[in-house]
Design a protein around this ligand. Structure first.
Ligand code: PLP
Length: 386
């Protein structure tokens, strides 16, 4: 079979590591899985009730391809109330996860050779999705000295005649960086002036532990050049249900709905009712997930600080991850070699920084249960520094 040349495809590093871990666990191996980006906790009862009531009522047919109207309405009300935006349900599309929203937006916008500005360290899938559609990722690097935040000037300097999209990810995976309102506004202003679309990936918005989260959607004057992505996965602890949201101008939503109708036919209807259940009790559901994740973050950070007193370890402001230089473990290995050694010697699964475009780092997720985090800290304490 001859595959299309434009299908420049890599496996998602995080999904593939997690799948390997799950297989090894199924074979009886004991692995401490700090590789997956998910809040590991039982679903809030409102989610289960939303799904089971819908199933019992026989609401199991095809969904409307843009999502059930009640859910689109609830998702719009949630973002408006949380982040001072002004979306209606016609500006809201339900997708099978935030990832498909980004995929569909890139599909709709990109022609071969178009450039997409991406901030590194980046979520592993951005460059791969861009390349699938023949786009060219243009990377803007950041570092820990500025809390992993780019300047608006650095973004501007990366723009060319071919730039089609800028992807922003405040509440960053893997760094936890949260961008300021003024930075977001500066980028949106430049983008609008140059006819560039900003895709603002805000899937960790509800897992912000310190300070305020600002959505790009709070600036109505830039709505023509903006696509906001959000999701139930992290905010409501619903990774496996696969429900995400795209917020944009109605014309954009119409195009993406057509794409969805010709591809996935939309998110599972049972999952959509589960998500509606979550949104009907959204403050409670999000507080449940955020509270638990903050507790796990704090205990993992404290454990690492005690273990590595000279490493100046600070807590990430948002998200589910610690992104640390391998040098704090006394290692000068490449990030891949380091993660492989860690897995062999401590049974801890982690993700190498190179998967996020930044060598010399390792990402640990603190979304796992407390017992796993304590066990991982114990293993790290025994891990020889070399
Ligand atoms: N965006 C970022 C930054 C992520 O970390 C993830 C998942 O890890 C996603 C999007 C996709 O989330 P989902 O498709 O589960 O909504």
């Amino acid at each position: 079979m001859r595959f299309s040349l434009k299908l420049n495809l890599e496996d998602s590093a995080t999904v593939s590591i997690n799948s390997q871990v799950l297989e090894r666990k199924a074979r009886g191996e004991q692995i401490l899985n700090l590789s997956a980006g998910e809040p590991v906790l039982p679903p809030h009862p409102a989610i289960v009730e939303g799904a089971t009531v819908a199933m019992a009522a026989g609401k199991t047919g095809y969904p409307p391809s843009g999502g059930i109207v009640d859910l689109r309405r609830a998702a719009a009300e949630w973002i408006n109330r949380s982040y001072d935006t002004q979306y209606s349900y016609t500006n809201t599309l339900v997708t099978p996860g935030g990832k498909f929203g980004i995929f569909a937006a890139c599909h709709a916008l990109l022609d071969p050779g178009d450039e997409v500005v991406i901030v590194a360290p980046y979520w592993v899938s951005y460059p791969s999705i861009v390349k699938i559609f023949g786009g060219v990722p243009v990377i803007v690097n950041t570092d820990a000295s500025n809390q992993w935040r780019p300047s608006a000037d650095a973004i501007s300097a990366a723009l060319t005649e071919r730039t089609k999209i800028i992807i922003l990810n405040s509440g960053s995976n893997p760094t936890g960086a949260v961008y300021t309102r003024s930075f977001l506004e500066s980028v949106l202003r430049v983008a609008q002036k140059r006819g560039i679309t900003v895709i603002s990936d805000e899937v960790y918005s509800g897992l912000t532990y310190e300070g305020e989260f600002s959505s790009c959607g709070t600036f109505p004057e830039y709505k023509d050049s903006l696509i906001v992505i959000n999701s139930c996965s992290k905010n409501f602890g619903m990774t496996g249900w696969r429900v995400g949201f795209v917020y944009a101008e109605e014309s954009v939503i119409k195009i993406l709905t057509k794409l969805q109708s010709q591809s996935t036919s939309g998110a599972s209807i049972v999952s959509q009712y589960a998500a509606l259940g979550a949104l009907q009790h959204v403050d409670e559901v999000n507080a449940y997930v955020r509270g638990e994740m903050q507790k796990r973050r704090d205990l993992f950070v404290k454990g690492l600080q005690e273990l590595l007193p000279n490493a100046a370890i600070t807590a990430p402001r948002a998200g589910l991850y610690m992104f640390l230089p391998v040098s704090v473990f006394g290692s000068d290995l490449s990030s891949e070699e380091f993660c492989s050694r860690l897995l062999t010697e401590t049974r801890i699964a982690s993700v190498p920084g190179i998967a996020f475009g930044t060598e010399g780092y390792v990402r640990f997720s603190f979304g796992e249960r407390e017992g796993e985090l304590f066990a991982a800290l114990e293993q790290l304490a025994k891990f020889p520094r070399k």
